[in-house]
Design a protein around this ligand. Sequence first.
Ligand code: HH2
Length: 283
Amino acid sequence: MRNHSELTLTPLLVCGRHRLPLDRPLVMGVLNVTPDSFCDGGRYLDRSAALDRARQMIEEGAAIVDVGGESTRPGAAATPERTELERVVPLIAQIAALGAPVSADTRKPGVMRAAIAAGASMINDVSALRASGALEAIADASAPVAICLMHMRGEPQTMQQSVSYNDVAAEVTAFLAARAAACEAVGISRERIVLDPGFGFGKTVEHNLDLLRRLPEVVGLGFPVLVGLSRKSMLGALTGRAVGERMAGSLAAALAAVVRGAKIVRAHDVRETVDVLKVWSAV
Ligand code: HH2
């Protein structure tokens, strides 16, 4: 039997009860409810401030709101599961009740299960479901949640210490292909899978640039590709700007990625990113 996306010709991402069209690039809005995230840490710890920001991002055109309760910036310490659950689960339920697709940015199977039960439509895992029990948390889910599989070398605490690759783009592409195959092997269908090369996760500026140039190799695996470049330190290295002054660099990086086939852009500056992609899509 042919699936819906083949019948309509518009490629779709199955995202829980949502179907996201992928004929033009989408924006995933970042919402971190942490004290220590590198860009918005501490700003949305208050639940009502977080919910207001989610509402605003949806109004500005975010297709997905990505809620994170643990910083994965280089050097970040791990967050206990109970703390992460308290930060994200009630908020996910409130955002899902607005009718928008919500993603949970987590590496922990227990948080994945609780987030899905609270209404998350997507799980965004920077460790690509490598934690014990993570594949099962998605495969056993009662709803067909989408899963973003990201490449990361090492762990956040140490990932920027002595990174080396023979061929970063080839190694990242092979890793992502293997993780997608592991998902399909436990019954997670292709229409639910998103791949992300993981900019800044165990990579130098040169690695990131090489990966971005060769993004079509990841795109060539046939899954929608998500990129997270927003406000990251490579933009600081290229422009000399502090985190708060990297919006222009972030927009240029988003465009460089969609030109090479990225379908979802993870961004802090939703309104501006949506505008840039609207203009690019119209052309
Ligand atoms: N980057 C961050 C967090 N999650 N998920 C995906 N799929 N891709 C990314 O590039 C990515 C991600 C880091 O950014 P942020 O959430 O703003 O910061 P922190 O990890 O400090 O909370």
